[in-house]
Design a protein around this ligand. Structure first.
Ligand code: ATP
Length: 357
């Protein structure tokens, strides 16, 4: 398979849109990397540069140790899958899957063997004689995947391939895709704006915003140690609370947040003594907040999600804080509560967004 490396890659479109800015990224051989970010952040542009459809304005793209900037898309040995399945409507499933191999003028017998093998892998053997219009969305996407796999590419490029499927099928095909990628060991770069999808599929996730890479790390690392407030707000479901706060060191170290005050452990106080930074934003994940009966906060609304119950709490200063409620205790809307949390799980950011600790 292949290792892909982007070195200082930028793309500006006519009209001056800086779609991708100075991107550095390395995708290891056999790795599954997801490009994640909101609409317009440059994910698709990045993917299409790797595919060779767009040329970077500056920087280099390497496949292993070879610069491929000037290599035609058809010579890159890639399999692409998109949101729209782009199957040929007049061909049967069999013919659709066989198509890339016929282009390569492989012998009929080999084509047949490969089509049957990949169809069995994707559990679509029974559909080979149907036309795309006779298939469900999930089946069509499996056929599109089969057509990409049958070419035995060295690299998969996928752009929101599951977003046209309904929720249940999406989770099913997603699991299948992950299994296949592992089994085939094909280096994969996958674009999505759905953080849950990214978390479930990726070995590593490249979080992008406004054409810039925000953080490149494993799903676990992104969840536990977001590098800035953008990543902190984008990763995690339901999303983290990001609250403006004030660190006060005298007479006792504490954090003033949402109109409430919490004692700050000595080691953290030491960090702020040294840095002199007092106006901060803190990230508090709902699952790290402990809610108990008390004073200060009020239960504003609750939401039962099957396994867990979430609540919005109205803070003393009027802002809303999202928390997970413990399964042992029931709280009613309007009830008065207090919150506690472990400062070791809290991250502090500058108001400009960069991580402090
Ligand atoms: P989405 O999830 O909506 O597809 P994306 O993260 O894939 O978004 P891109 O499609 O890469 O984003 O677009 C990045 C920026 O470049 C956007 O501002 C977009 O409007 C702009 N852009 C993309 N393609 C072109 C083009 N062919 N010409 C001009 N501007 C473009």
């Amino acid at each position: 398979m292949v290792r892909v490396r982007l070195e200082n890659v930028s793309k500006t479109f006519k009209g001056g849109v800086d779609a991708v800015k100075n991107l550095n990224l390395e995708v290891k051989d056999k790795e599954f990397v997801v490009l994640l970010g909101p609409s317009g952040c440059g994910k698709t542009t990045t993917l299409l540069m790797i595919a060779g459809v767009y040329k970077p304005n500056s920087g280099y793209i390497y496949f292993d140790d070879t610069i491929v900037n000037d290599l035609e898309p058809k010579d890159r040995n890639i399999g692409m899958v998109f949101q729209s399945y782009a199957l040929y409507p007049h061909m049967t499933v069999y013919e659709n899957i066989a198509f890339p191999l016929r282009l390569k003028k492989l012998p009929k017998q080999e084509i047949d063997a490969r089509v049957r093998e990949v169809s069995s892998m994707l559990k679509i053997e029974d559909l080979l004689n149907r036309k795309p219009s006779q298939l469900s969305g999930g089946q069509q996407q499996r056929v599109a995947l089969a057509r990409a796999i049958v070419k035995q590419p060295q690299l998969f490029l996928m752009d929101e391939p599951l977003s046209n499927l309904d929720a249940k099928i999406r989770v099913e095909v997603r699991a299948e895709l992950k299994r296949l990628q592992r089994e085939l060991g094909i280096t994969t770069i996958y674009v999505t704006h759905d953080q849950a999808e990214a978390m479930s599929l990726a070995d590593r996730i490249a979080v992008m915003n406004r054409g810039e890479l925000q953080q490149y790390a494993t799903p676990e690392e992104l969840y536990n140690n977001p590098a800035n407030t953008f990543v902190a707000s984008f990763i995690g479901s339901p999303p983290a609370n990001l609250l403006d706060a004030e660190v006060v060191l005298e007479p006792h170290p504490r954090v003033e947040v949402a109109g409430a005050s919490f004692a700050l452990p000595e080691d953290l106080a030491g960090v702020f003594k040294e840095r002199g930074e007092t106006r901060v934003t803190i990230m508090l994940r709902p699952e790290h907040i402990k809610v108990k009966r008390g004073k200060g906060f009020t239960v504003y609304s609750t939401e039962w999600l099957g396994r867990e119950e979430y609540a919005f709490l109205r803070a003393p200063d009027g802002s809303l804080v999202r928390a997970v409620l413990s399964p042992e205790e029931r709280f009613d809307v309007g009830e008065e509560v207090e919150i506690a949390f472990d400062f070791r799980k809290v991250h502090f950011y500058k108001r400009s967004g960069e991580l402090i600790v």
